[in-house]
Design a protein around this ligand. Structure first.
Ligand code: PAF
Length: 250
């Protein structure tokens, strides 16, 4: 048996943390690298997605991968393959802004699992909604999650960060500032106020959503919700940024 770390490449320290975690579980760690066209809204986004295959092999190997696999489209999607449906959770928040995105994610994850037959697979908490949707697939593969890895200044590691200018990168820091402050709020209402007031200080960040959700089902949290998570999504210089943090319980 092996552990699978599915990725779309352009590997960074966040991916390294996933691979290192996988290696603590098993001696055989497969890292798949595939920019999945099914989870993008348009061709332009697919083309803009950063690619660095040689560097990826190096980074994955150093982190402990025993196999780095670059499947071709035909390997994953043979003639007549079926797109899976990600269900209601796939239509809200990220799913609402990116229709079809999570259907593409569950379809590729299902195919990757079917081909590599791992006992476990590792995903990052940065894409918290993705993680929840993959858990809800109820596959035989055990899903392991790893907390978000951040740059020295708090920006969540993401393959998309390389598309930001120095000024854009600075604007992007508002996400970490807003989450870090809001997670400490005594009530959900105050947390949402903090999110919005912090975001409004940064004209370079265009908000999509910023709120507090119940981790179990992504419904809007109330003060009585047990596991609350503060979530943000938006754009800086046209680059989509998403991030989240668990709310500190009171
Ligand atoms: O998180 C990602 O990089 C992708 O959505 C995943 C899980 C590899 C599926 O393409």
């Amino acid at each position: 048996m092996s552990v699978l770390v599915p990725t779309m490449g352009a590997l960074h320290k966040g991916h390294q943390a996933l691979i290192k975690r996988a290696r603590t579980i098993d001696d055989e760690v497969i890292v798949s690298i595939f920019v999945n066209p099914l989870q993008f809204e348009n061709k332009e986004e697919i083309e803009k997605y950063p690619r660095s295959p040689e560097r990826d092999i190096e980074i994955a190997t150093i982190a402990g991968a025993t196999q780095v696999w670059f499947p071709e489209y035909e390997d994953l999607y043979p003639q007549g393959f079926r797109t899976l449906n990600s269900g209601p959770l796939g239509t809200i928040f990220e799913g609402s802004s990116r229709p079809g995105h999570f259907d593409g994610v569950v379809t590729v994850v299902d195919r990757l699992f079917a081909i590599t037959k791992p006992s476990k697979a590792v995903f990052g908490e940065k894409d918290f909604q993705q993680l929840s949707i993959i858990r809800a697939m109820k596959s035989k593969v055990e899903i392991i999650s790893v907390p978000t890895i951040r740059e020295f200044d708090g920006l969540a590691m993401s393959s998309r960060n390389v598309r930001l200018s120095a000024q854009g990168r600075n604007s992007a820091l508002v996400v970490n500032r807003a989450l870090s402050a809001a997670r400490l709020a005594p009530t959900v209402e105050i947390a949402i106020e903090i999110l919005n007031s912090t975001i409004s200080t940064e004209p370079g960040f265009k908000k999509d959503y910023a709120t507090v959700i119940d981790e179990d089902n992504f419904s809007l949290a109330t003060d009585a919700t047990k596991s609350k998570r503060v979530i943000i999504a938006g754009w800086v210089e046209g680059v989509r940024l998403i991030d989240n943090m668990p709310m500190v319980g009171r």
